[in-house]
Write a protein that binds this ligand. Structure first.
Ligand SMILES: Nc1ncnc2c1ncn2[C@@H]1O[C@H](COP(=O)(O)OP(=O)(O)OP(=O)(O)O)[C@@H](O)[C@H]1O
Ligand SMILES: [Mg+2]
Length: 326
């Protein structure tokens, strides 16, 4: 059992609070309670999309945390580091880059590589400003020239545009660390301390993705392969991210375990799925309806799975004390 006191202490240590702890008496049975403040917090971005993200509770293994501390130190020493984050869908790959930036107060730019058909996002464009033709940098160029910025290349194996990918390549390469801007007729260098994160879903089930080019993979100094969180840590994420009570979270975790461990037809449920279910429950939906809504499978099939009381474990060998808040 995770006590509120334990959760409170872990949140306080990470400089966070949970709405539930601020005003527990406002939770009534008639009106659905308000979701916690931090799930509603908007990412603070400039007009271009470069900004310091809001800090949220993020659970990570101690070894990955140690690695990130070194990446941060390297950045403080002016070095540029490339981190490749892989792992199954919905288990925190993108959030890791966001929370790395948030916890260090560093500006973040996220680029959806699959959406880079419009090369101006990378290279910028010439535009009329105060009667003169001026170069307006793209988000990518602005981010890489901001000292200490974190650049997240989302789904780097969905390349739509060769020109864009070549530009990314030259920026990630320690020999060049620069980008050629046609409009300026010059190469723009990567600023000191900029850290690159690339996240990636690999495998046949991800339509439209390509196996990551070996030369590109080789340019990532650090590879982090994220595994699904152990049961108790995922439950903590559920509580901290949605504000559910321990009992409510237990009910959802139990349903999720049964679906995941079903011997006939195991169902893949990510941490994202659980958080989404938790938000529905927090806003007044019953646990079973929340599971059905998020899974989206035919109700009959789900019912039969839920009815077969097979309570299998997650098969994950990680133990509690190997994880903590970022
Ligand atoms: N370790 C974690 N700590 C806290 N929250 C988490 C964690 N892992 C996942 N989450 C929750 O799951 C959501 C989805 O995570 P994220 O978008 O990072 O997944 P992803 O691995 O990048 O998925 P995809 O492969 O689909 O891109 C987050 O917004 C957060 O609510
Ligand atoms: Mg992602």
């Amino acid at each position: 059992m995770t006590t509120d006191q334990q959760i409170k202490e872990r949140l306080a240590a990470a400089g966070l609070t949970l709405d539930r702890f601020k005003s527990p008496e406002t939770v009534t049975t008639t009106a659905p309670p308000k979701p916690p403040a931090f799930e509603q917090t908007q990412v603070a971005t400039s007009t271009t999309g470069l900004g310091i993200p809001a800090k949220k509770p993020f659970i990570i293994s101690n070894s990955d945390k140690e690695l990130l501390e070194v990446v941060d130190r390297m950045s403080s020493n002016g070095l540029n580091t490339n981190v490749l984050v892989t792992g199954p869908q919905g288990i925190g790959k993108s959030e890791l880059a966001v929370q790395f930036a948030a916890s260090r107060g560093r500006p973040l730019a996220t680029l959806e590589i699959g959406n880079l058909a419009e090369a101006s996002q990378i290279f910028g464009r010439m535009d009329l400003k105060d009667g003169a033709t001026t170069y307006i940098p793209g988000l990518f160029t602005e981010a890489i020239t901001t000292p200490g910025a974190v650049v997240h290349l989302q789904e780097i194996n969905r390349p739509e545009n060769d020109k864009a990918l070549n530009a990314i390549f030259s920026v990630l390469d320690d020999t060049y660390r620069s980008i050629w801007i046609e409009e300026l007729q010059k190469a723009v260098a990567v600023a000191p301390g900029v850290t690159f994160f690339a996240s990636l879903n690999e495998g046949f089930q991800f339509i439209g993705t390509l196996p990551l080019d070996e030369a590109l993979r080789n340019r990532f100094h650090i590879k982090m392969d994220l595994a699904p969180l152990p049961f108790s840590q995922e439950k903590l994420v559920l509580i901290m991210r949605t504000g559910l009570s321990d009992t409510q979270a237990s009910v959802l975790m139990d349903l999720a375990s049964r679906l995941r461990g079903n011997t006939q037809e195991p169902l893949y449920l990510s941490t994202r799925d659980l958080v989404n279910m938790g938000l529905l429950v927090r806003n007044g939906l019953s646990s079973t309806l929340a599971v059905k809504a998020v899974v989206g499978t035919g109700a009959d099939k789900l019912e039969s799975v839920l009815l077969s009381e097979h309570l299998a474990g997650r098969g994950n060998q990680q133990t509690d004390d190997e994880y903590g808040l970022l």
